[in-house]
Ligand binder design. Structure first.
Ligand SMILES: C[S@@+](CC[C@H](N)C(=O)[O-])C[C@H]1O[C@@H](n2cnc3c(N)ncnc32)[C@H](O)[C@@H]1O
Length: 310
C-alpha cells in the first residue's frame, strides 16, 4: 500500500477554496486525493490524473464513495490542457504534483523498476507505451547510454557502465533487472555499488518515462491553467526534480529580468506566481522515520498572481 508523503502540509496549502476544482496530476492509488476530497465542500470537484492505468483502477476503488465529485483520467502531464478543455474546464484552483513512483510500481517485480528483485527490465509507468527499458538498454548507442547515465543518474562511472552494457548485449540481450544489476556490480565495487545501482536504475527510468520533459511541460501548463489565487503544490524527491522546480518557480515569480542598470524595463517579463514559502517544506522527523520514502521529499508551494495591466 502506498504511503503518501507530506499529506497534511500539501492539502493545507493546496485547498484554499473548497468549492472549486482541484487537479491531482499524480493521483496514484489515491492517498493525497482522499485527503483533498475530505477538505473539499459538496460543490468542490477533484480531477485525478495518472499515466498508469493500474494505479487508476485502484484509485477508482479507493475513492468510490465520492461519486461524481471525482473524475479520473488516464493521461500524461503533457496532455493535461487538452484533457481539461475536453471537459470544458478553462481554469482550476489547485494543482498537486507528487512526483516519482508509487509503491504499486516499485513493489511489483514484473514492472521491472528495481534492482532489489528480479523481473523483466521494463520501467514503463504506462505499460501501454511502446518504449521500455529493454529498448533503452539494448538499442541505445554507447554515447547515448553514457549521456543518460551521466545526466539523469549523475553517475561518475557512467562510461564504464555503458561500456559493459554494450559488451554484454553483443553476446545476448539484457532482459532482466538482475542481469543489469550484475553487470553494474561487475565493474563497480563496494562501497560505491549500491549508490551506483540506484543512480543507474533512476537514470534509465527517467529516460524511459521522459520524466524531466514531462515535468517541465506539466508545470508550465499548470501555471497557465491556474486561476488568480490558485495554488500550485509540487513534491519532488531528487536533485534534478528539485532543481527544475526551483528554477521555474524562481523565474515565474521574478518578473523583469533586465540588468539593474536599465532605467526602465525592456524585457516585458511579468511575474505569474508568488512563492508561499521561501524554502520548500520538508517532512518532520517522525514522518521520515515512519516512511523512509519521504526522506528526500520537498514540498514547493506557489500562488498564481492576477495578471497585471501595467
Ligand atoms: C508518487 S506517485 C503518487 C502517489 C499519490 N500521491 C498517492 O497518494 O497515492 C506518482 C504517480 O505519478 C504518476 N506519474 C508520474 N509521471 C507522470 C506523468 N508525466 N503523467 C501522469 N502521471 C505521472 C505515476 O504513474 C505515479 O502513479
Amino acid at each position: 500500500m502506498h504511503q503518501p508523503v507530506l499529506v497534511k502540509e500539501a492539502v493545507e496549502n493546496l485547498v484554499t477554496d473548497g468549492s472549486r476544482i482541484i487537479v491531482d496530476a499524480t493521483v496514484g492509488t489515491g492517498g493525497h486525493a482522499r485527503a483533498i476530497l475530505q477538505k473539499l465542500k459538496e460543490e468542490g470537484k477533484l480531477i485525478g490524473i495518472d499515466r498508469d492505468q493500474n494505479a487508476l483502477e485502484i484509485a477508482k476503488r479507493n475513492l468510490a464513495g465520492y461519486g461524481n465529485r471525482i473524475l479520473l483520467g488516464h493521461l500524461r502531464f503533457s496532455q493535461i490542457k487538452d484533457f481539461l478543455s475536453s471537459q470544458n474546464i478553462k481554469e482550476v484552483s489547485g494543482f498537486l504534483f507528487d512526483l516519482g513512483m508509487c509503491s504499486l510500481q516499485l513493489d511489483h517485480p514484473q514492472r521491472g523498476f528495481g534492482f532489489q528483485s528480479n523481473g523483466p527490465i521494463d520501467m514503463r509507468m504506462d505499460p501501454s507505451q511502446s518504449k521500455s527499458a529493454f529498448e533503452v538498454i539494448n538499442q541505445y548507442s554507447f554515447s547515448e547510454l553514457n549521456k543518460i547515465l551521466f545526466q539523469y543518474g549523475q553517475e561518475r562511472f557512467s562510461k564504464k557502465i555503458a561500456k559493459v552494457i554494450v559488451k554484454e548485449r553483443n553476446q545476448k540481450p539484457i532482459s532482466t533487472t538482475y542481469q543489469l544489476r550484475d553487470l553494474v556490480a561487475s565493474v563497480i565495487h563496494p562501497p560505491f555499488r549500491i549508490k551506483s545501482l540506484a543512480r543507474v536504475f533512476q537514470a534509465i527510468r527517467m529516460e524511459v518515462n521522459d520524466e524531466l520533459n514531462e515535468l517541465n511541460r506539466g508545470l508550465m501548463e499548470a501555471i497557465r491553467l491556474l486561476e488568480a489565487g490558485g495554488r500550485l503544490c509540487l513534491i519532488s524527491y531528487h536533485s534534478l526534480e528539485h532543481g527544475l522546480i526551483r528554477n521555474t518557480l524562481r523565474k515565474e515569480s521574478k518578473g523583469c529580468i533586465c540588468p539593474p542598470r536599465f532605467p526602465v524595463c525592456a524585457c516585458g517579463a511579468k511575474a505569474s506566481l508568488r512563492m508561499i514559502t521561501a524554502k520548500p517544506i520538508v517532512p518532520t522527523t517522525q514522518e521520515k522515520e515512519a516512511n523512509p520514502r519521504s526522506r528526500s521529499a520537498k514540498l514547493w508551494v506557489a500562488e498564481k498572481l492576477k495578471p497585471s495591466n501595467d
